[in-house]
Design a protein around this ligand. Structure first.
Ligand code: GLA
Ligand code: ZN
Length: 669
């Protein structure tokens, strides 16, 4: 058991090393006023703490640590290995990355180290050792934050060699590899491991996001995720030698495609992530990301970064409106966060992030809207801490999210270039979100028996053992929903022969003979058995019933009359199969029927446009009610008579929530 946080960490990235010391005391005074109780330091300071190959200099970092300690500020300690110092790249050019186009990079930017460079590893390890030895036993660190937003790819010769080693371990023989990648196609058979090259623009890549051989490209993604994970594990293990109990994390990025986060989370003590929605990101999408981050370890997570006001790197960096940062923070807590941290505490003076929002603006005073809002939230979270820390939702619906599937689905050449994994998952999530159903985002190897319903939209890649696990779930009484583009390939992207949806065919009770692709301006119509008409787009399965019952049929195109949505009783449960990308109303209708059949309840009795989310502790049920709509909305009647934890006031049937208003109700269980 790792040391849990004793309070909601409230703070964020703090770079006093970028500022003259006179400002530090001013920072401390302002943090105190804003109820900031934590600071994330040393995230990008490699060049400062190791000015040359032979020398380390911790004088300034020691002072920063001491200052924060005096303030009783919990320290989140970065390891600074996410941006290479100039001296290293100059002396050892191999530490830099080679990009997709095959260009080897010079010094510059960040997230720029080749994960397979032994030189990088050596210096990252040495630096971590220094930090861990110095601060690991002091008890001054509340959490270790390794590197920063791991990601990206490297296609250098070191990586190529490492890839071959990784492949050899996986496939054992070159014949097995040729078969897995279907290398007879275009006569790409390789006879020696050394003939294998990385699948970038100089190899199998087509443009920047497609590939001639998905088998090799998916394996490269797995390999790259593993290579970078090895870097994380290396630093983690060094820290553990000196510090047995402080949690170790690295900040993830929601549905970021580059790394298999379910695999990563197994190596992390606690998940942390950076939430940067853009001005038009639906709130349901942010909620889905939070649920995914909680799902990675099935534990509360840390919000490592969010901006208090605006970003700098989006095309349009709108301000958060009054109350929006607070509402967004409560949404984060509602979905499982035990910390609220900002990027950043003081706005930087130069370089590309000088327009990135911060708790302390360039004006340098407390007299700003943002500072006042941060302060007010800090005071509230201070009071809320004990009630929520460690609590979790109790969801009976699991939505499968799988990075292998993500990669494979988006690498496919055809049938439709507009098919995007996250978008498909989000359509289903969003329907559940609007109904305020608690949802867990789960991996393909989750314990399905915890759930009544499993949604597996576009489960294109069905790897070994998955169909059996799903069959067992349904046979035992579970309700499974899957869709078009499911059950098509195995782990190497070769098709499950014998008709789609391959290994899901029997339990779904349908055979998909063909898949039609629709351009954005095209759509088809469908009709439900009760006469309701709806539309669908993107992809349309032409399918035959093999025991399933049609819930809706196409009413247009040459396949009018064929089933579009089906339900098949299987064992004690049922499989719903959605053969086309349904419009929102149709999707809601199918899910509505499914949830009724499964007997799964919502977080709120009446239908409401408010977001209503629940976390449960051993003794309490904590309900977060948030208005993300532009108009005032009435509090659902079931909460009348309860006390709002934030204001201490008794809620009544007249209570209205203005836009961005939040109400939190705690009830004994
Ligand atoms: C990321 C990084 C931070 C900072 C922010 C800006 O999340 O981790 O260092 O660059 O973006 O939004
Ligand atoms: Zn490399």
């Amino acid at each position: 058991m790792k040391k849990p946080f004793k309070r909601i960490l409230y703070g964020g990235d703090y770079n006093p090393n970028q500022w003259p010391r006179e400002i530090w005391q001013e920072d401390m005074r302002m943090f105190r006023n804003a109820h900031i109780n934590s600071a994330t330091i040393n995230v990008f300071s490699w060049a400062k703490i190791q000015p040359s190959e032979e020398t380390y200099d911790f004088e300034e970092l020691d002072d920063i640590v001491e200052m924060l300690e005096q303030e009783e500020c919990d320290i989140v300690m970065g390891t600074s290995t996410a941006a290479l110092p100039a001296w290293m790249v100059k002396r050892y050019p191999e530490v830099a990355r080679t990009d997709y186009e095959g260009r080897h990079h010079k010094f510059g930017h960040r997230h720029n180290a080749c994960p397979n460079s032994l030189v990088y590893q050596k210096y990252a390890a040495a630096l971590t050792e220094q930090l861990a030895r110095r601060y690991g036993k002091t008890g001054k660190v509340a959490c270790w934050h390794i590197n920063n937003e791991y990601g990206g790819e490297c296609y250098c010769e070191n990586c190529e060699k490492a890839f071959r080693v990784w492949l050899k371990k996986k496939y054992k023989t070159i014949e097995a590899l040729n078969e897995a990648w279907n290398m007879e196609f275009w006569g790409h058979t390789v006879y020696d491991w050394d003939e294998i090259v990385l699948p970038n623009a100089l190899g199998e890549g087509i443009g920047t996001d497609k590939t001639a051989f998905a088998g090799i490209s998916i394996d490269y993604r797995r390999f790259n995720s593993d290579s970078i994970l090895e870097n994380f594990k290396m630093e983690r293990d060094i820290i553990r030698k000196y510090d047995p109990e402080t949690p170790i994390t690295t900040n993830l990025m929601g549905t970021y495609p580059g790394l298999d986060y379910f695999k990563w989370a197994k190596e992390m003590d606690i998940v942390s992530w950076d939430n940067y929605p853009s001005y038009n990101t639906p709130w349901s999408q942010t909620a889905m990301c939070h649920d995914l981050m909680r799902g990675l370890k099935d534990q509360p997570f840390m919000l490592m970064e969010q901006t208090p006001s605006q970003q700098n790197w989006q095309p349009y960096n709108s301000l958060k409106k009054p109350g929006q940062m607070r509402a967004q923070s409560y949404q984060t807590v509602a979905h499982g966060a035990d910390t609220i941290q900002f990027f950043q505490l003081r706005r930087s003076v130069g370089a590309c992030e000088k327009f990135h929002g911060a708790v302390i603006a360039h004006a340098g005073t407390e007299n700003t809207r943002v500072f006042r809002e941060v302060t007010a939230l800090g005071a509230e979270l201070e009071r809320l801490g004990e009630t929520v820390i460690g609590s979790m939702p109790d969801a009976k619906i699991g939505v499968i999210f799988d990075w292998d599937n993500y990669w494979a689905l988006e690498y496919t050449s055809g049938p439709n270039c507009d098919l995007k994994y996250v978008d498909q998952i989000h359509q289903y999530y969003s329907s559940l979100y609007r109904g305020n159903y608690p949802v867990d985002m789960i991996p393909v190897d989750a314990d399905f028996s915890r759930y009544k319903v499993i949604l597996a939209p576009v489960l294109y890649m069905v790897k070994e053992g998955m169909a059996e696990a799903l069959e067992k779930f349904v046979a035992g009484g579970g309700i499974l929903l899957t869709t078009f583009m499911s059950g098509i390939v195995g782990q190497s992207d070769n098709v499950h022969l014998g008709g789609y949806p391959g290994p899901l065919r029997e339990m779904a009770g349908v055979w998909v003979e063909e898949i039609d692709a629709l351009a954005p301006e095209q759509s088809n119509t469908i009709r439900f058995a009760d006469g309701t008409d709806a539309s669908c787009r993107l992809l349309c399965d032409l399918m035959h019933l093999e025991g399933a019952q049609a819930l809706a049929e196409y009413t247009s195109n040459f396949y009018a009359g064929m089933p579009a949505v089906t339900r098949n009783a299987y064992g004690k449960g049922a499989v719903y199969y959605v053969g086309a990308n349904l419009d929102q109303a149709a999707l809601d209708k199918v899910l509505g029927q499914l949830l009724t059949e499964a007997g799964v309840g919502s977080n709120v009795e009446e239908s409401t446009e408010l977001e209503v989310t629940v976390r449960q502790s051993k003794t309490q049920k904590i309900t977060f009610i948030i208005n993300f709509k532009a108009q005032d909305l009435p509090l659902p009647a079931q909460f009348a008579g309860k006390t709002d934890l934030l204001t201490g006031q008794t809620l009544d049937t007249q209570t209205m929530l203005a836009p961005y208003d939040v109400v939190i109700v705690a009830e004994n269980r």
